[in-house]
Design a protein around this ligand. Sequence first.
Ligand code: DX5
Ligand code: ZN
Length: 215
Amino acid sequence: MIRMVSPSLLSADFANLQRDIEMLNDSECDWLHIDVMDGMFVPNISFGQPVIKYIKKHSKKPLDVHLMIMDPGRYVADFKKCGADILTVHYEACTHLNRTLAAIRDEGMKCGVVLNPHTPVSLLEDTVQMCDMVLLMSVNPGFGGQKFIENTYSKVAQLRELCNRKNPQCLIEVDGGVNTDNAPKLYQAGADVLVAGNAVFASANPIDTIHQLKG
Ligand code: DX5
Ligand code: ZN
């Protein structure tokens, strides 16, 4: 069973990013989760390629870049250039999803599709074959520190069934409101990678919290 943790830097101290990245380098986390928001697809703006370039410089872990932007196909080459290793795009933000996933692969990155809480897993019947990963949002994207949506467990189980049928290698990632209480249930439902922002950075001992999240 795969159990990976990808702490979200959205909850890090942006004035001390290097310090927080070094802390994550020394932890058991597998990836760094990077949330890019454009103020259009989601009602918030975070940061973009110039900041990611410097995150890459200090990180010893792969960068798991979650694009919450409209029409992300426009920026695939740019995110490769600034250091993304895994690039995920929203189903709801892509008119030509198939083309965008192929472009991510062609740039030598792992590709993934993200589903908002309202988007059914069944819409991936014709796409999951192309994915290295599917990310299920367990909150409405845009902000850290929100409450976990309980319906996510059944979506993870449905997606596991779909992956077993069509692409057993595909990883399942869950993002939003993940903490040490719901992590075991998510792994049990079939999740492989857990994103955690607030749970890690607001905890008294982030390194220990990451250890606990690994299960
Ligand atoms: C939400 C982002 C998440 C967020 C998770 O739009 O995609 O990655 O940072 O933060 P927590 O774990 O605090 O819900
Ligand atoms: Zn995210």
